[in-house]
Design a protein around this ligand. Structure first.
Ligand code: FAD
Ligand code: MLT
Ligand code: ZN
Length: 509
């Protein structure tokens, strides 16, 4: 439903009178008022608005899940969630919010791990969950065009009968949206094979803060016509506009996929193993994932995947999950078996043992062990999650040093930090360093920061390899970006969002 110009003007004037300024840090932004709700009710059906304000007056607990992040670490105080169904509706909402200076938080599946998807104060939340249609699919080129609110798993299911897969896969696939994936430039489990979304996203439709619709929803593989604007929105975490449509290249489904979990007596063997595996499996290697002993134990404890036979894990310091994806089952299995034979038959074996999946169910259950670490950690306690890029050789050192650092501060005991663990995407140089405690306590954060960021900076690494900056790391951006870079980022933000309404307090301070 569209709203007439005169009606919008009238409401805008009355809303302006009623506006009260937020007493929070984002003092230039206004809180949502009843007049705003009146206006939103003219754009959206009432069933698409959740608000504690009249005339909607939803019970406040309906807002809880939108105001809290997946980890239960970040909490906002939004009074209002809007669930548009069309790009035009998003445009009308943003135009109004921009004129009224109301902060806006785009929310996808709310699975983000850096507090980017929930308000810092009382911004309005635009949930993309009602924008969930596939717009077009070409099974010849493999180009999929979909609404931003499509759940990743549903897109995987959509392209499967056409023998294609999504170029991205991650543990949150059952909830996260493709728009959220693009907004965070999510990495995940297939990056080693298919590269980042900067490569596979072909086009985007984005609503800018002033309500204008940037239609870059091209399906072209090649288009060198000046600045590639869509790249700016990939990884912008909703700070430049709301992504409403995504055009993405889906690769053909591999004819054969296998996986194996290797147990290693020492972390020192990971690098030589990676070199050997790359050399021997070459083009069929599609994932090389790392799980340290503590992460493995937690995954098993919390029933993620199926535990390996105990005999295969004795003396293992860490585990590597290797996946192959290729064109011919016999050829791939032979290569994998040859690899295992040569690894186990070596004079000084790099591995203790390997458990090879023998069926699709076993294949999934080995993956579930690795993907399930996140869930296991969250069941164990509160996770302080650091998603860093550092040289592969230092993965273990970083985890061990962090543990010792916490011990030296007297924080490694039952009442504070219970576990320090590492897992991640070795093939991408991305370590997930997790510290698990019973609660989020300032003394633990103070012990971890800036300690971890300084370690990362000493390696010229990244403080966020794939999860983004969100609200969690704005203060630490300078550990990975120079002053000149940050200044340019601020200028870009000002070009798109001069009033600063888009996801305030995220990415940039
Ligand atoms: P949300 O959490 O809703 O939002 C994330 C950010 O994107 C916010 O800043 C939000 O404002 C913005 N945003 C969302 N939708 C839009 C939109 N349409 N337009 C503009 N901005 C938008 N991440 C990885 O990179 N790799 C992994 O392997 C991985 N595994 C995970 C496993 C689990 C179990 C969980 C819980 C999380 C994992 N994540 C991973 C983190 C998270 O799933 C990803 O960041 C994901 O891409 C977020 O998608 P979402 O739809 O849930 O976005
Ligand atoms: C993963 O690789 O499992 C995800 O990035 C989530 C996490 O870091 O826990
Ligand atoms: Zn990851």
């Amino acid at each position: 439903m569209l709203v007439s110009r005169s009606c919008a003007k009238r409401l805008l004037a009355s809303a302006g009178r009623a506006a009260r300024y937020s007493s929070t840090g984002t003092s230039q932004l206004n809180s949502v008022t009843e007049q705003d709700i009146e206006y939103f009710s003219k754009i959206l059906p009432k069933t698409s608005i959740i608000s504690t304000l009249a005339p909607i007056s939803s019970p406040s607990d309906e807002l809880n899940s939108f105001n809290s992040d997946w980890m239960g670490r970040f909490h906002g105080r939004s009074t209002t969630v809007l669930k548009p169904k069309t790009t035009r509706q998003v445009s009308e909402i943003l135009k109004w919010c921009n004129e009224r200076r109301i902060g806006v938080v785009p929310q996808g599946g709310n699975t983000g791990l850096v507090g980017g998807s929930v308000p810092v104060h009382d911004e309005v939340i635009i949930s993309l969950s009602n924008m969930n249609n596939v717009r077009n699919y070409d099974p010849v080129s493999g180009v999929l065009v979909a609404d931003a609110g499509c759940i990743l798993q549903s897109l995987t299911d959509y392209v499967a009968p056409h023998n294609h897969i999504m170029p991205i896969d991650l543990g949150a696939k059952g909830s996260c949206h493709i728009g959220g994936n693009v907004a965070t430039n999510a990495g995940g489990l297939r990056l080693l094979r298919y590269g980042s979304l900067h490569g596979s996203v072909l086009g985007l439709e984005v609503v800018l803060p002033d309500g204008s619709i940037l239609d870059q929803l091209t399906t072209l593989r090649k288009d060198n016509t000046g600045y590639d604007l869509k790249q700016l929105f990939i990884g912008a975490e909703g700070t430049l506009g709301v992504i409403t449509g995504v055009s993405i290249l889906t690769p053909p489904q591999p004819q054969a996929s296998n996986n194996v979990i290797l147990s290693l007596p020492s972390f020192d063997n990971v690098l030589p193993l990676y070199q050997t595996v790359k050399r021997q499996l070459s083009e069929i290697l599609s994932a090389f994932e790392f799980i340290d002993r503590t992460a493995y134990n937690l995954a098993v404890k919390h029933g993620q995947g199926r535990a390996l036979p105990e005999s295969e894990t004795v003396g293992a310091e860490c585990f590597i999950l290797v996946e192959t994806s290729g064109g011919r089952r016999e050829h791939d299995s032979e290569k994998l078996l040859d690899l295992l034979e040569s690894l186990l038959g070596a004079d000084k074996p790099l591995i203790n043992s390997g458990v090879l999946s023998q069926s699709p169910a076993e294949f999934s259950s080995l993956w579930a062990l690795r993907e399930g670490v996140t869930e296991a950690v969250s069941k164990e306690g509160k996770a302080y999650k650091y998603d860093i890029s550092v040289p592969l050789a230092s993965f273990k050192q970083v985890v061990d040093d962090t543990r010792e650092h916490l011990r030296s501060k007297g924080l490694l005991h039952d009442k504070a930090v219970k576990y320090v663990l590492g897992y991640g995407h070795v093939g991408d140089g991305n370590l997930h360093l997790n510290i698990v405690a019973d609660a989020y306590l300032p003394e633990i954060t103070d012990a971890l920061e800036p300690y971890i960021y300084e370690v990362v900076a000493s390696h010229r690494g990244s403080i966020s390899a794939e999860h983004g900056i969100g609200a969690m790391k704005t203060h630490a951006l300078h550990y990975s970006k120079s002053d000149v870079s940050i200044e340019l980022m601020k200028k870009i933000k000002a070009v798109f969002d001069p009033k600063g309404i888009m996801n305030p307090g995220k990415v940039l301070e």
